[in-house]
Design a binder for this molecule. Structure first.
Ligand code: 1CP
Length: 365
């Protein structure tokens, strides 16, 4: 193997603020990164992606590395997240997924009923199907030169199941929810199958050099507390527990894990006791109430409304100040409550990052 993509002898980490905050340790300032920090709001991203197929880009380690590094050249983010997508896992299970420009992901042949589960690969060779993500992580870890830690990620089982049945984004997710009510056994079978692939996928990411892992349960909000308890929580827990156990068994160092269940704060108490070090929050929850309800069991990440970036820069600084005062500067990673949108002004992203660093240094003096 080429030296440069060997998953060892990584450059020494120079900024460990994000990792310390994730473990609830003291920091001199609050670390900050943004979901979708590699994205279309950056002109250099649009230029690099122009004319290329989205998943072809995902399958090129060099392209993923470049796109991961782009936002770090502009802003002093305290973490990088590998450029990829959650839908590479359904592809690994044998499903065709295309990214339609201007529309989003599309599955030409979504799962229509339980019989369609037979179309999925019963045993996924994760290194063969997703090795390109591992190679992207290893390459990026080298090219980061230890500047900041690299986060790996996956979609959570329910969120992936929802796309596999809906065939793309949806407002109601009623086709996927129909399965939960009319085919609970088949639903659990699919969720279990996804969980196993996800565990192996995350372990592969750590072996390749990921220093933290985020699990995106983007469609938690479409479920209520009862369905969340049955169809999300057990699998989210299982993922964290199995990843941690297997890292321990193989003598590898543990990495902090973040769970982001968007709009799922009805489950906040449960999420805080699910073997994740960090709970990510969307903007619909008040920072103080999130702290109270999680009782110091976990670090928190989030949660500025992404749309607050449309405000003038001075106003962004005020909003950030209030958010930091609410969360407090310990065991806290600043972020948005969801990803950046393509029409956001990079300068305002810079103002957000600067405000987090400046105000948190004041608080921690
Ligand atoms: O060509 C393009 O640039 C298309 C836009 C785009 C990008 C930049 C998509 C399509 N995916 C990505 C990259 C991506 N996706 C990252 C990169 C790292 C970073 O954050 O900088 C990450 C972490 C994801 C994760 C992802 N993909 C999620 C979870 C986060 C979330 O938004 O809730 C989800 C739901 C997806 C599916 C997806 N991929 C792309 C789109 C437009 C969507 C959402 C479709 C929908 O449900 O409507």
């Amino acid at each position: 193997m080429d030296n440069i993509i060997c998953p060892k002898d990584f450059p020494e980490l120079k900024n460990d603020l994000f990792l310390r905050a994730a473990r609830g340790e003291e920091t001199e300032q609050v670390p900050v990164w943004c979901m979708r920090q590699a994205g279309r709001y950056l002109p250099e991203f649009r230029e690099f992606r122009a004319g290329k197929d989205f998943f072809d880009t995902c399958r090129s380690p060099e392209a993923c590395c470049e796109l991961t590094l782009q936002p770090l050249r502009r802003f002093p983010f305290d973490a990088a997240i590998i450029f990829s997508d959650i839908l590479v896992v359904p592809q690994a299970l044998g499903m065709d997924v295309q990214m339609v420009p201007g529309k989003g992901p599309s599955f030409p042949e979504p799962l229509k009923g339980p019989d369609d589960l037979q179309r999925l690969r019963p045993k996924v060779d994760v290194p063969a199907e997703l090795g390109y993500v591992f190679r992207a992580i290893t390459l990026t870890r080298h090219k980061l030169e230890g500047k900041v830690p690299l986060i790996g990620f996956t979609g959570a089982p329910w969120t992936l199941m929802a796309y596999m049945i809906e065939g793309g984004g949806s407002t109601t997710y009623s086709k996927a929810k129909r399965w939960l009510y009319s085919h609970p056994e088949a639903s659990h079978q699919l969720l279990r199958q996804l969980t196993s692939v996800i565990v192996e996928y995350l372990l592969g990411q750590v072996a390749a050099g990921a220093q933290a892992l985020q699990v995106f349960e983007s469609h938690a909000g479409i479920l209520g507390p009862v369905q969340f308890k049955e169809f999300c929580l057990p699998y989210l827990r299982d993922i964290a527990r199995r990843v941690k156990d297997q890292l321990k068994e193989s003598g590898q160092e543990s990495v902090p894990m973040i769970v982001f269940a968007k709009d799922g704060h009805y489950a906040l108490e449960d999420l805080a006791q699910s073997h994740y070090e960090v709970v990510g929050l969307d903007w619909t929850i008040d920072p103080r109430s999130a702290r109270e309800r999680t009782g110091g069991k976990v670090a928190l990440q989030g949660n500025m409304d992404p749309c607050a970036l449309y405000a003038p820069k001075e106003r962004i600084a005020e909003i950030v100040k209030k958010m930091l005062d609410g969360f407090g500067p310990r065991g806290y990673i600043a972020n948005l409550g969801h990803g950046l949108y393509p029409d956001m002004d990079p300068e305002h992203v810079g103002a957000f990052v600067e405000a987090v660093h400046a105000h948190s240094r004041q608080l921690l003096k």
